[in-house]
Design a binder for this molecule. Structure first.
Ligand SMILES: *Cc1c(COP(=O)(O)O)cnc(C)c1O
Length: 367
């Protein structure tokens, strides 16, 4: 194509954005059994009740969904003890993170996140024309003082993934409160609690209280890590004025009918959630101990995944391990883009997958 011909041009900055690369889902040719451990999905699968609800709605797909997802918001509100008017549902929590950036950021503004934070923040900040400001972590954990030191008069949003992906580390709630107390009141604090259900720590809170009692805090959540990644259901809880602003720009039917029905069934299926969390608690501890026993450093995780660091020698690098595991059907996540060129993120899988990876790595490290 000739360069001198006029053609549509993206807004300034769009072409500087590096597109998000999702976890792989395929193994090399010839591998028959594939264990997808690259996207932190639920090894127990969707709630059987959600599957049933999705089947039922299939016959009514000619009808538009309720644009406010009222029944889904009410189910979420009921389970979490919230006011449904302060909830917005979205097409995955990714969408709500993007809407927050679009609503509160303009060119010249800054938004802060931590160096190994979930990558979509940077993408949405740049998409809004604002400046992404990444701050250092301490021991692969968000550092409240470093975040506060990065706040300037231009800062409009602080994104905090708690727990963070891909590290799996978390910020205790006293620290989150300290961060909030020290932030200027016009700075929005986004608490991304995508893994909240999996956290088993007394000093952790997802952010319900803070989002419910402040004018500048929202909490975002997702159904994706609990068995409905493919349905795309996320939600935000926050003050009325933020809900009002977001509702003005979100797509009028951003949550589809299948997602609404599957989501209502899934959140009411507490037994499935409890089984999923119990499975994770057991195998997260097992994996962390076994991998450490192999001489690999594992970042202490409270999520449904582990970040595994590999030795410095080329032969046993993360890239070599990834090839070795992929050839055996174990698909983990490369995290070079997250600032970890020599680590792999592994979702907690089924017993078979977990044992398989540990056995394979044992042989790999001896090779
Ligand atoms: C997976 C994830 C999300 C969002 O997932 P959706 O599928 O879009 O709901 C958000 N934040 C973090 C930290 C995640 O790991």
């Amino acid at each position: 194509m000739k360069q001198d011909q006029p053609r549509p041009t993206p807004r300034a900055g769009i072409m500087d954005i590096e597109a998000y690369v999702p976890g792989k889902s395929t193994a090399p040719a010839g591998v028959t059994k594939v264990y997808k451990l690259s996207s932190n999905e639920n090894p127990l699968g969707p709630s059987p009740k959600a599957i049933e609800a999705a089947r039922e709605v299939a016959a009514k797909l000619d009808v538009y969904p309720d644009g406010t997802a009222r029944r889904l918001r009410e189910a979420i509100a009921d389970v979490h003890g919230l006011n449904p008017a302060n909830i917005i549902c979205s097409n995955g929590s990714d969408e709500i993170l993007g809407l927050l950036a679009q609503t509160y950021l303009a060119p010249g503004d800054e938004a802060v996140f931590t160096e190994h934070a979930f990558m979509v923040y940077k993408i949405y900040i740049q998409a809004a024309g604002a400046k992404p400001v990444a701050v250092k972590e301490t021991d692969e954990r968000a550092d409240v003082d470093a975040i506060l030191a990065a706040v300037t008069p231009k800062t409009r949003i602080v994104f905090l993934a708690n727990p963070n992906n891909p590290t799996g580390t978390y910020v205790p709630f006293q620290e989150v409160r300290r961060l909030h107390a020290a932030l200027p009141k016009n700075v929005l604090l986004v608490l991304d609690a995508a893994y909240a259900e999996y956290v088993r720590r007394n000093d952790y809170e997802a952010g319900v209280e803070l989002a419910g009692s402040s004018e500048n805090v929202v909490m975002t959540r997702t159904f994706s890590k609990l068995g409905l990644g493919g349905a795309r259901i996320g939600w935000m809880y926050g003050p009325a004025h933020i809900v009002d602003a977001i509702n003005r720009i979100r797509g009028p039917f951003n949550v589809n009918a299948t997602a609404i029905e599957a989501g209502i069934a899934a959140i009411r299926d507490r037994a499935h959630i409890e089984r999923s969390v119990a499975h994770n608690e057991k195998w997260l501890a097992w994996l962390s101990a076994e991998l450490t026993g192999l001489g690999l450093r594992v970042t202490p995780s409270v999520g449904n995944f582990v970040l595994i660091h590999f030795p410095d020698d080329q032969k046993h690098s993360a890239a070599a391990a990834d090839d070795y595991l992929s050839a055996r059907g174990y698909i983990l996540r490369r995290v070079t883009g997250y600032g970890f060129p020599n680590a792999l993120r592994m979702s907690v899988g089924t017993e078979e997958a977990n044992r398989g990876v540990v056995d394979a790595l044992k042989t790999f490290l001896k090779s």
